[in-house]
Ligand binder design. Sequence first.
Ligand code: SAH
Length: 225
Amino acid sequence: MAWRSSGATNAALVENMARNGLITSSRVKQAMLRVDRAHYTEQAPYQDSPQYIGHLATISAPHMHASACESLLPHLQPGSKVLDVGCGSGYLTHVLAELVKPDGKVVGIDHIQPLVDLSRGNTRKSTAGLDLLRSGAIRYITADGRLGWKEEAPYDAIHVGAAAADFHQELIDQLKAPGRLFIPVEEDQLQHIWVIDKDERGVITRSKEYGVRYVPLTDTPKPEH
Ligand code: SAH
C-alpha cells in the first residue's frame, strides 16, 4: 500500500496517504499538509519511502511519520509537550509542533551534531518553521536521546525514530501520567513498534504493534580526530 501513495507534490502525497487509509485523522492530515517534505529531503521528497540524509540516517517514510502521529494523537493537544528522539531531518519534529499549536513545545534530540544542524536548517526554510523556532515551540538539542531530556520533562508524548535495544526506562520515567511513548524495539533481529502508555495513576501498559525497519538507536559516535 505504501508505494501507491507517492505523489508529484506534498499535497498529492498526503491526499494519497489519506485515500489509502494511511492517514485517518484530519488533524494529522492538516499538519502534514502544512509541512513541505521537500524542505527536509531533496531526494524524492514526495515518494512514500525513506530517503538517506547522511551520517547513516534516513528520513523515515511518510506513512511511518503518519502512523507515529496517529498513534500519539490523543496526547498531542494544544499546549502538549513532546520529545522527538532521533530527530534526523527535523521533519517529524516540525509536524509534531504543528499538532500541539498553540502553546505546545517539541524538543527534537539527535546525537549527531550535523543532523541537529540539518534539522534546524530545514525547519528554518519555511516561515512557519522559523516562527516555531523563534518562539521556542521547537527546540533542537544534541545529546544521547536514550536518556531522554530531563530539563524539559515530563512529556505528554515521546517519539523514538530509531530502533532501540530495550524500552529505556529513562524515557518511560519522563512521560507524564497520562502519557504515551512510541518506540521501535529490536528483539532477535526483528523490529516492532511498541506503544507504551502511562495512565493517570502511573500504571504502565505495553502493546506490541507492527513490524518495521529503522536505523538503530546507538552509542554516540566518538568525535573524529
Ligand atoms: N525521525 C527522523 C529519523 C532519522 S533516522 C526523520 O524521519 O528524519 C534516526 C536518527 O536517530 C538518526 O538521525 C540518528 O542520528 C539518531 N540516533 C541514533 N541513536 C541516537 C541516540 N542514542 N540519541 C539520539 N539520536 C540518535
